[in-house]
Design a protein around this ligand. Structure first.
Ligand SMILES: Cc1cc2nc3c(=O)[nH]c(=O)nc-3n(C[C@H](O)[C@H](O)[C@H](O)COP(=O)(O)OP(=O)(O)OC[C@H]3O[C@@H](n4cnc5c(N)ncnc54)[C@H](O)[C@@H]3O)c2cc1C
Ligand code: SF4
Length: 510
């Protein structure tokens, strides 16, 4: 045998670099559902189902294309419980000339694979992951010499580089790079949000659901009503569904939240892009073509492309540039443990209850719920970054270290001291009231900051600003916040801080 080709669970792309010049008659593919990867965190049950089922379907597609595939299905008593053990056994059995793989999405595993040539006594070739627009080297070159990294400038470079939403004379479509200010409408039920794309589980998926229910019953989340796509063809249908039904309103309601609707106008494509069933290029192309056909407005197409070509590439580049040190950062010195209600949704704060409950049921919450509800609360409450990062990594179907960590530690917790974002996304209850209808259903009163029933976000917001004055008072983007705080009467400030102290001491009871 010539090459052994290792394909990981988030590498389910037929165009994967590890496969690109392979020869099915002389090379062999190895894939495995291993205990170590399935249980290094408390992965949502729907994530395990999605990945195991998508891997099994992908292995079948490879076999149909003539590949020999060694596939290890999950069983708790498997002889080989780690990827290294699986690969070592295949190397011993087949004595390949080389092991070929594509860069993985996690620093921990990357470090392990880089030792394999010594540990397993086989030549190991690690190929770049060409499914991203920017290679790790391209990003590192862009970042060189910059004290702070700003997504907006990187995004403009990427627009120029790819030509996406660019005019013939090299300017941004519509004359502006960014239509963020047109992405902030509150949603009041109209136009109705489209039903999410659904695939009924087939035999393979049903077997995997049984397996996960049997062996991962202690994991977070519900496996009920599993409806995610598990093949590339199905994921392409999900993309078409999004372009036709949700993208037209995506821009307007990108920042909206609803007490009734879990998905609003979001694409719900991250689970598929992240595991390789869709490429970021085809997803961006589809949105740009819909704009060119006049099917969707520019603020929708640009808002969507910015998330993928901008944010997704940016956080990935930042992750590989700064790991492993990045994961240890805690510039605000936060130490509080994560309240237990993050796992149960059992809190009287309606916005948090709805975001966590949707997460538990679906393995999904949209960006503003992650950033401005669960994230904002963790930031204001001073939760230890490691705790909240573990939570985000566990609870979402689309969660992988390279994308979860910069979003949580950098964007939400500001634990990198502002390397990723120019100011913390801290907000009081007023923001949540403006962007949602949660407050009308809440036990707490959003207009109040100091009474027993006052919205906890309010006092916690001012308490956060006050206790971190040294870090933030000099930040020009926060001058107005401090001016508003300082303008309040001393008795009022004292009452708010006292309420904030009480809340921080009683987080579990909120
Ligand atoms: C604390 C926190 C943790 C997050 N963890 C993850 C994670 O583990 N995995 C993940 O894919 N995204 C993560 N995100 C980013 C974002 O919330 C999700 O990508 C998005 O909610 C996925 O839903 P969607 O496909 O409906 O997105 P849409 O709103 O439809 O956006 C379109 C696409 O843009 C990309 N995207 C949007 N925002 C980001 C972003 N900030 N970073 C990277 N890609 C982005 C995604 O691929 C997404 O599918 C996190 C955000 C926060 C604030
Ligand atoms: S009142 Fe406060 S806690 Fe309740 S939903 Fe509104 S923002 Fe959330």
């Amino acid at each position: 045998m010539r090459n052994l080709i290792l394909i990981l669970g988030d590498q389910l792309s037929h165009g994967l670099s590890a496969l690109c010049d392979g020869d099915p008659t002389r090379d062999r593919v190895v894939m495995a559902e291993v205990h170590q990867e399935a249980s290094y965190t408390n992965h949502h049950r729907k994530k395990l189902i999605l990945l195991f089922s998508a891997m099994r379907h992908f292995a079948d597609e490879l076999r149909q294309a003539g590949w020999q595939v060694d596939y290890q299905p999950y069983h708790p008593d498997n002889q080989h419980q780690t990827l290294e053990e699986v690969v070592a056994a295949r190397v011993t059995e087949h004595a390949p000339e080389r092991l070929i793989t594509t860069e993985c999405g996690e620093w921990r595993l990357d470090q392990a694979i880089r030792q394999w040539h010594q540990r397993l006594k086989v030549a190991v070739e690690i190929r770049p992951d060409t499914r991203f627009f920017a290679s790790q080297q391209t990003f590192a070159r862009w970042a060189e010499g910059r004290k702070q990294l700003r997504m907006e400038y990187f995004y403009r470079e990427m627009r120029r580089h790819t030509g996406l939403l660019m005019t013939a004379d090299g300017g941004p479509e519509g004359g502006q790079w960014n239509y963020d200010s047109d992405n902030r409408k509150k949603w009041t039920g109209k136009p109705p949000a489209p039903a999410p794309f659904r695939v009924e589980p087939d035999t393979i998926t049903r077997e995997v659901i049984d397996l996960v229910e049997t062996h991962f019953s202690g994991h977070f989340g519900s496996s009920d009503n599993f409806h995610f796509a598990v093949t590339r063809d199905q994921a392409r249908e999900a993309l078409a569904h999004f372009i036709d039904f949700a993208l037209p309103c995506f821009g307007d309601y990108q920042d909206a939240m609803s007490d009734q609707e879990d998905w609003l106008f979001h694409s719900v494509l991250s689970p598929y892009i992240n595991c390789g069933l869709l490429t970021p290029q085809e997803v961006c192309d589809a949105a740009c073509q819909a704009y060119q056909r006049g099917q969707v407005p520019l603020n929708a197409a640009e808002g969507f492309v910015r998330q993928i070509l901008g944010w997704r590439e940016f956080v990935r580049g930042l992750y590989w540039l700064t790991m492993p040190d990045y994961a240890q950062l805690n510039r605000l010195g936060n130490q509080r443990p994560l309240p237990w209600f993050y796992w149960t949704g059992d809190t009287r704060m309606r916005c948090l209850h709805r975001a966590i409950d949707a997460t538990r049921r679906n393995g999904y919450a949209h960006h503003i719920q992650r950033l401005m509800v669960t994230g904002n609360f963790a930031l204001l409450s001073g939760i230890a970054p490691a705790d909240i990062c573990d939570w985000y990594l566990a609870v979402y179907v689309d969660a992988y270290d390279w994308v979860e960590l910069p979003n949580t530690l950098g964007m939400v917790m500001h634990a990198d001291g502002g390397y990723l974002g120019s100011k913390p996304y801290a907000a009081s209850g007023k923001y949540i009231q403006r962007m949602s209808d949660h407050c009308q259903q809440c036990h707490y009163r959003v207009a109040d900051s100091t009474s027993d029933r006052a919205c906890p976000f309010n006092a916690l917001y001012w308490h956060f600003l006050d206790r971190h004055r040294d870090q933030f008072a000099g930040n020009p983007r926060m001058t107005m916040m401090y001016r508003n705080w300082d303008r309040q009467k001393p008795e009022r400030r004292q009452a708010i801080l006292a309420r904030g102290d009480w809340l921080l001491d009683h987080l579990e009871q909120l």
